[in-house]
Design a protein around this ligand. Structure first.
Ligand code: MN
Length: 482
């Protein structure tokens, strides 16, 4: 790991970046950490450099990379945040302050967990770039986990799996999520890890060879139709996500079709659909396995066309077709929005269309007020990490909810008055009980009665969102009193 490699990586993605400032930051970090060693015996600055390298490879601007280089300086050395501000400006110093705040957690057990989560959410709401730096930092710590005592190893790995990977997933950062999970997997479930790696070792080699051959055929077929793919390659499934899928399929690897998948990246959406047609013309698709996530993206924003086909020699192969932009978004999620600017000045504000980032700010404010913060946080954790669905109002507005949410959750998500006065619901024009679990794409109409004084306490038994739960509790309490 060297500074020249870091500079080269930044330059590839940001030709205009101020590389002198990056070099200065490296020298600054090297001097500040001089004499400090990692538990692995390496000079401390190797950690700073590895963190920065990961950020640069994620195509982040120089400012974020510099913050990565300096992220442990105020915490671990005599150099202060003020010194950093003087040399590198307030934007970079602000990010480092955010990372430092995240580092200080002195609790144990469940309280430690909650505190950790709370700080991650706070950091995310204030400046999500801090969380990106924390991911890069955590990745290198996981890569060098063997140097830690076993007890601490397990704690770090578990925390990474339960908090960091979950948040990365919610931010749509598929690549980071997969890497954090796979690195933690080995320490959290060592026996299961050995089992899964054993299962895939030979299969991956064999399947990759097969996909290389198939990829060539696909490229030929596409070019014959006048489509030049940007790339065609086989992707192997991340180990931990394969493990979780195996648990859902009786541990039977023969039933898992996307162990490896053929990924086709093309220029635009029209080419995506054309490519799908060309593939289906040559190979028969399996029934019920064609998924159009372009027309109907997953709630975390994921877009692609998926199909599973009976391919050469009768092999069952999953194909994923997407544009370059969709690919970037699926690997990088929210972070993709911070990589496009050239100058190196990233914005601390989330992009406007990030509904749930704004949601988060709202929840954050509510949490600040509530006195049973611990309970709310546990509920919030469930809210944020559950899979999401989209449901629609009759006017076509989208309401983003956790999986299995009910019309009552939907009503409270629109407005607390609608929740309080709701008496019935129609889903896709059918009258249904208020406890009915909603599915993505449902059109939900809430029937209200102005004379209804308060929500029913019975709703607490089935609502899924923290927002609905806390409002029902508060209203029921108030109605009893008065
Ligand atoms: Mn660090």
């Amino acid at each position: 790991m060297e500074i020249t490699r870091l500079l080269r990586t930044i330059k590839t993605h940001h030709p205009q970046a101020d590389l002198d400032l990056v070099r200065l930051a490296y020298d600054f970090a090297e001097e500040a950490h001089r004499g400090q060693k990692r538990l692995s015996g390496e000079d401390y600055v190797t950690h700073s450099l590895a963190t920065a390298q990961t950020l640069a490879e994620m195509k982040f601007s120089a400012a974020i990379v510099i913050a990565g280089l300096l992220h442990d300086v105020p915490e671990d050395t005599s150099v202060t945040l003020e010194d950093i501000k003087k040399n590198f400006g307030s934007d970079i110093a602000g990010m480092i302050q955010g990372v430092t705040k995240l580092g200080k957690i002195k609790y144990r057990g469940l309280e430690r967990y909650i505190e950790n989560l709370r700080k991650m959410f706070l950091a995310m709401a204030e400046d999500v770039r801090v969380v990106f730096i924390k991911f890069a930092d955590r990745l290198h710590n996981l890569e060098t986990l063997d140097a830690l005592p076993p007890q601490k190893r397990l704690r770090v790995a578990l925390e990474s799996l339960e908090i960091y990977a979950a948040i990365a997933n919610r931010l749509g950062m598929g690549d980071i999520k997969g890497r954090i999970e796979d690195l933690s997997f080995k320490y959290v479930y060592p026996e299961e890890y050995a089992w899964v790696t054993g299962l895939v070792r030979e299969r991956y080699v064999e399947k990759e060879r097969y996909l290389r051959r198939t990829g060539k055929i696909v490229e030929r077929e596409l070019s014959a139709a006048g489509i030049t793919p940007i790339s065609v390659y086989g992707r192997t499934k991340h180990l931990y996500s394969l493990y979780k899928k195996l648990l859902r399929y009786d541990r039977d690897i023969a039933r898992i079709y996307d162990l490896v998948a053929l990924r086709i990246i093309v220029k635009n959406v029209a080419d995506c659909y054309a490519a799908l047609g060309i593939i289906h013309a040559r190979w028969k698709p399996l029934k019920g396995r064609i998924k159009d996530y372009i027309a109907q993206p997953k709630p975390n924003g994921y877009q692609s066309l998926h199909t599973t086909i009976f391919c050469e020699g009768g092999e069952v192969v999953e194909i994923q077709i997407r544009t370059e932009r969709m690919h970037e978004e699926s690997e990088m999620g929210v972070a993709a929005h911070w990589t496009y600017d050239e100058g190196g000045k990233g914005s601390a504000q989330p992009p406007q269309n990030l509904r749930w980032a704004q949601e988060l700010l709202k929840i954050q404010k509510e949490l600040g007020k509530s006195d049973d913060a611990l309970e709310s946080l546990q509920e919030l954790k469930i809210d944020v990490f559950q899979n999401r669905i989209f449901a629609f109002t009759p006017k076509g507005d989208v309401i983003d909810l956790p999986e299995d949410s009910t019309p009552v959750d939907f009503a409270y998500a629109i407005h607390s008055d609608i929740g309080d006065s709701c008496v019935g619901s129609r889903v896709n024009d059918q009258l249904v009980p208020l406890s009915t679990p909603l599915r993505s794409g449902d059109v939900v109409q809430i029937i209200t009665d102005k004379n209804r004084r308060a929500p029913s306490q019975d709703w607490l038994a089935f609502v899924k969102t923290q927002g609905a739960r806390s409002k029902i509790k508060a209203r029921v309490r108030k109605a009893r009193r008065g």
